[in-house]
Design a protein around this ligand. Structure first.
Ligand SMILES: [Zn+2]
Length: 489
């Protein structure tokens, strides 16, 4: 039995959660559920990044004290857990969780003890949206390449981290796949960034520029710790890093077989380069895998809080149901390039595959069993071509290939429906001498449908639960046929 620690990025809470982040949550949740079902010990962490300067600015705009604003905003993110069906084992908020600040101070002090922190006067172009300095060569007409917003000229005395010292370490770590970064284009992107040469980075800011919001630098109250240094540490502060009273860090980081961060492509540099370097400086092992996803666009436009092109995931679920949204995420979102979301595409998929194919197969079979076999059908193996379905789906999810997993499930449902139609159980039922044949046939079909429900469980836990209930157990009376998935109209 292996053990797996899986995390999602903790978002700034300056605006409401958007659909792209909901995708990340579901991607990681499907992985976590699948590993648990495969028998792994799993710990799945979510949280919010409270100390972003962006949060401070949003609070100022809203005319609220930062702490109060952040509490309300963070609650809206945590409130996604139930509607999206997320199976978090733990959730961390960086400004309120008592585990966080001591762990940030411990990793800071460990890096200082390694000689990797020093003070330096600095001047640079800072994007508040990204919370990072950009080299002038990276700017596009003086604007941040990620946000297209003007950067801010910052001059101050800061603490620096000796990132340059880790260039060879990071190159070897990633090129050897000791730290797996997938999909492959993102691995190449990380290596290209490293090979272009790593410069030391500022890891603190003045308490004035931070508006007093942040974790103070140990022994330097005029500075707060750079929000990314603070935020990345959430992955191990949630494991009580450095707390001798707790065994969580030992169990879920040092001893875990898999330490996996699921992130969006925009924050690859922080996770693939800064974070393993911070850990190495503190004498700690890196994550084992960084799984990167591209973005969703909505009706062809980049999702942007500032431009108002957002869809509230909770409202979407209220209208269309969680199964339809999770199915779109699994079935249609591309692993390497941005995917356009439209409610029409989501609805068409759900009606076509969840209602007409999977739901209809279950309904037909249970109806036939009630009509011809007094609702009780003996156990049979599934169709031979579906025998390996649950394992194949597990394998695809293990590689974070949700589209392959969902395709296998959709294809299996088509196979089953085709087989039902071709074998015509209703015709066999008219001949009393073929009763055994009918019982075996429907037994095979029901076992196949249960296999589909099992394969579907990590992807659509709600629908899978209804399917399993509808399909009952061999040799026991089946419940009355009821639609397991109602068409979206
Ligand atoms: Zn930016």
């Amino acid at each position: 039995m292996s053990s797996t620690y899986v995390t999602v990025a903790i978002p700034y809470v300056n605006a409401d959660p958007h659909l792209g982040y909901a995708y990340e949550l579901v991607l990681a949740d499907i992985y976590a559920r699948s590993r648990r079902a495969a028998g792994d010990k799993v710990r799945f962490l979510g949280g919010t990044d409270d100390y972003s300067l962006k949060n401070v600015l949003a609070a100022e705009t809203a005319g609220q004290p930062t702490g109060q604003f952040v509490n309300q905003a963070a609650a809206r993110f945590q409130a996604l857990t139930e509607p999206l069906g997320l199976s978090f084992d733990d959730y961390i908020r960086t400004s309120t969780d008592p585990r966080h600040r001591p762990a940030v101070h411990r990793i800071w002090q460990a890096a200082a003890g390694s000689g990797d922190l020093y003070q330096r006067h600095y001047e640079g172009d800072y994007c508040v949206g990204c919370e990072q300095f950009y080299d002038p060569s990276e700017l596009e007409d003086g604007h941040c390449p990620e946000h297209r917003a003007a950067t801010e000229r910052v001059t101050e005395e800061n603490w620096f981290f000796r990132l340059s010292r880790f260039q060879d370490y990071l190159d070897e770590l990633i090129s050897s796949d000791r730290l797996v970064i997938r999909p492959e284009p993102f691995r190449r992107e990380a290596l290209a960034f490293i090979r272009a040469g790593l410069e030391d980075i500022s890891v603190s800011r003045s308490i004035e520029r931070a508006r007093g919001w942040g974790i103070p630098v140990p022994d330097d109250p005029a500075q707060v710790i750079y929000v990314w240094f603070d935020a990345l540490t959430n992955y191990i502060s949630a494991l009580d890093f450095g707390d001798p009273q707790s065994g969580d860090y030992q169990q879920w980081w040092l001893d875990a077989d898999h330490r996996i961060h699921v992130i969006g492509k925009g924050i690859l540099r922080f996770h693939a380069i800064y974070w393993p370097a911070f850990l190495a400086s503190a004498g700690q092992p890196p994550p084992t895998r960084i799984q990167v996803h591209p973005y969703l666009t909505i009706d062809g436009h980049k999702i942007s809080k500032s431009q108002g092109t957002t869809i509230n995931p909770t409202e979407l679920i209220d209208t269309y149901g969680v199964d339809a949204l999770r199915w779109f995420f699994a079935r249609d979102v591309n692993n390497t390039v941005d995917t356009d979301f439209t409610t029409d595409r989501m609805t068409a998929r759900a009606n076509d595959e969840l209602a007409n194919s999977i739901g209809n197969a279950a309904n037909r079979l249970v109806t036939l069993a009630h009509r011809y076999l007094a609702a009780t059908v003996a156990a049979q193996p599934p169709l031979p071509e579906l025998t390996d379905l649950p394992q194949q789906v597990t394998d695809a999810i293990t590689h974070f290939d949700l589209r392959a997993a969902a395709h296998l499930i959709a294809h299996a449902a088509t196979t089953l429906n085709t087989h039902i139609s071709a074998t015509e159980p209703w015709t066999i039922a008219k001949d009393p001498t073929r009763h055994t044949e009918l019982s075996e046939l429907l037994g095979t079909h029901l076992a196949s449908a249960r296999h589909i429900a099992t394969a579907l469980t990590p992807v659509l836990p709600d629908l899978a639960t209804r399917l399993h209930h509808q399909l009952g157990h061999p040799n026991q009376p089946l419940p009355q046929p009821e639609p397991v998935y109602k068409r979206i109209t």
